[in-house]
Design a protein. Structure first.
Length: 334
């Protein structure tokens, strides 16, 4: 799912190709209690997961500075100590009212603070506003360690589909914080670390995969004017949509003659609603075509989170999204 871009950021090509991925020892250690109390196949899977690379969530400014591998600074130092330095993936996730203020993931500010403080004062909550602020040693490491970033899961997708609500699209302060905050983060990171590959979150196939929602998402990103700094888009972050098989075209399964093709398997029943993105692979095709048509010169690379996609039909309802039992881990990072 890689493609060229007319005016690429400095992180061109496939930034994951040929790299050794960083395995965070803090994550491996967090599995120890579960390993100790499990048995059989689950125990074997958890044991193997200790060696699987994972992205690290930068969900507060408190996670930026620190010497251990629970902090961005410590992770970068540890990755830089390897020979060669290993690729690190961070998820930048700290917008005001992020995820529309959901209890499990609310951002650093809330709506009433935004109304009194104003959007400008909330911008420093973007945890990577200035890589150089972490000190000379870290800014040097950033130049040596391969880094990819996923930018603000759920935020722009929420603006596309949740246009009302006091902590979402119905709150002008939240809308401004999302739009200006994401623009600010992307532009700031590109200015001080242009070699970093940034992927803007694009929700998932069931959420934004419909033709109108995808079109609205393209229009929103075009309005932000950040495509020239992006390496691409990230989908299915912390979600459970099936990876599936890519069809010959993104809308292949909308044809009645194609419905029995393996690439048209539709466990969530989205095709009957006119959503051509029955899986993440086809959603990637949809995003690539829609963005190529909607933003001149931008043909995004797509990365897909497969961490929760080991079992395709594990949910009673595809509207369930939190801590699904029996989901299983999917394809390892490549």
């Amino acid at each position: 799912l890689e493609a060229n871009i007319t005016e690429p950021p400095l992180a061109s090509g496939n930034p994951f190709s040929g790299q050794s991925f960083y395995v965070n020892p803090s994550y491996a250690a967090s599995l120890h209690p579960s390993i100790a109390t499990s048995e059989g196949r689950i125990k074997a899977t958890l044991t193997e997961m200790q060696t699987v690379p994972t992205a690290y969530w930068l969900s507060s400014k408190a996670r930026v500075l620190g010497t251990g591998t629970d902090y961005m600074e410590g992770i970068l130092a540890d990755a830089a100590s390897k020979s060669p330095p290993q690729l690190v993936i961070f998820i930048v996730y700290n917008l005001p009212n992020r995820d529309c203020g959901a209890k499990a993931s609310g951002g650093g500010f809330v709506a009433h603070m935004l109304r009194t403080a104003g959007v400008t004062s909330t911008q420093p909550e973007i945890v990577l506003q200035d890589w150089k602020s972490t000190g000379p040693s870290t800014s040097t490491i950033v130049g040596r360690v391969p880094i990819s970033l996923v930018i603000e899961p759920d935020s722009l997708p929420n603006l596309v589909t949740r246009k009302t609500g006091p902590r979402c699209g119905g709150n002008s302060a939240t809308v401004a914080a999302y739009r200006q905050g994401i623009t600010y983060a992307i532009q700031s990171i590109a200015a001080v670390a242009p070699q970093v590959a940034m992927y803007l979150d694009a929700g998932n196939s069931a959420w934004l995969g419909g033709i109108q929602h995808t079109s609205d998402f393209v229009a929103l990103v075009r309005e932000l004017g950040v495509a020239q700094h992006l390496h691409g888009l990230a989908t299915n972050v912390a979600a459970y949509q099936p990876l599936g098989i890519a069809c010959p075209s993104y809308d292949w399964c909308l044809r009645s003659s194609s419905r029995n093709d393996p690439c048209c398997a539709d466990p969530c029943g989205v095709l009957q609603r006119g959503n051509p993105s029955n899986n993440e692979a086809n959603y990637a095709l949809h995003l690539k075509e829609a963005f190529a048509k909607g933003i001149s010169g931008f043909q995004p690379h797509i990365i897909i989170d497969t961490g929760r996609t080991g079992v395709v039909n594990m949910r009673q309802s595809c509207s369930n999204w939190c801590n699904i039992r029996g989901a299983g881990v999917g394809v390892k990072p490549t």
